[in-house]
Design a protein around this ligand. Sequence first.
Ligand code: NAD
Length: 441
Amino acid sequence: MSNDALRDLSQNKIVQRLGVPRIPVLRRYAPGQPLLEGPALVGAVGKGGHADGVRALLAGAGITEAGEEGKVAAAVLDATGARTLDDLAAAQQFLTPAVRRLAPSGRLLLLGPVADAQDAEAAAVAQAFEGLVRSAGKEVRAGATANLLVVAPDAGPDALASTLGFFLSTRSAFVSGQVVRIGAPVGAVEPGDPARPLAGRVAVVTGAARGIGEAIADTVARDGATVVAVDVPAAGDALARVANRTGGTALQLDITAPDAPARLLAHLRERYGRVEMVVHNAGITRDKLLANMDAERWNAVLAVNLRSQLAINQALSAEAGLLGDSARIVSISSMSGIAGNRGQTNYAASKAGVIGMVRALAPRLAERGATINAIAPGFIETAMTAKMPLGTREAGRRVSSLRQGGLPVDVAEAVGWLGQAASGGVTGQVVRVDGQNMLGA
Ligand code: NAD
């Protein structure tokens, strides 16, 4: 039994006969699971050049290509060569029969072109794929998702592999309607072992004692990383349990303390001599309408959610040699930072600020082989959302294409994807993990 009673009830045949629509049970990742639970359909329009790479990746994972009929676990269309409305029409001709064949928790994945500013039709077609995919995400059923990867001409097959792996697999169960840009990879792009893609990497996770941070610590440890679990001293017992379970180290630290960056860096220097992943997850809310907002609430939220991240990133950038040559920084933002939320001017400002920070730092970090990205979770089933009044909670769950809340592990899987050395083609981006929530979409 999950804590989503309506979803559980909707699995019952008698309840379905009363006209209650079935809320899909999403298939999630478990070690040893194949990349896909069935064959994949692969197509191309225009002169793209990525379809063969996709086929090779699927074949390498033991996935067969689908025949003329039957269900497909994924449909992948290489439209990176699409430039004309005729190419767009050819894409529709591929996609219409493909969506009809999509299995439960199936994956519709489009590879699209970068807009060519010199050619109005090509630019229009590039943008058209965003509207197409976002609409398809709202139409596909039974836990299926639809996403678009915009692939730069200089990206190359190595830049694509980890992102294809994430979006095709059950690791992206709660990610739909997203547009992710993939460029030439920064840093050392070694194709990781698909079973342990974070092997050998040291990962700092702030706010790791509970909730989403705890799931991130567990997930990146499962994928091979050594975790440095950070949280406030008051959460020390829970933090120690996470560190023990993951085989990492615990660092009791209030990240808003003036000496927090120096203490974190000293811990990394002394224990490991380097760091490959930094996950800025710790966050707080102090909700009040703007009309009733006081400086204390404002400053507390900005200090944890944004100022501490700026300070730690600044300290890491200033210290030569500590940030590994394929370092990946991931900041947890929020749907509130994109859509805004009543009573959350402080929180939304901090979470929008995280997105601004990520965009500004991406080009600078690229010079040293590092990436930085933001993840914006939507409604996630945590202790925080369990305390919401029932009406607000139900609304939060149902206003997404997948018609349910996500789990902490869904955010964690996205962190694990962006944290790989092989994900160097993705930087300065915001990826929503929100089941394609309708707010701010
Ligand atoms: P949570 O409150 O369960 O956990 C946050 C953790 O951060 C706690 O362990 C807390 O002790 C720690 N923390 C707080 N202040 C700290 C400080 N000064 N120094 C060190 N650690 C500190 O929250 P959660 O729901 O797991 O959220 C994790 C992140 O995801 C936050 O950034 C939150 O804003 C974001 N988020 C959550 C949701 C959701 O639905 N739960 C949605 C969008 C975004």
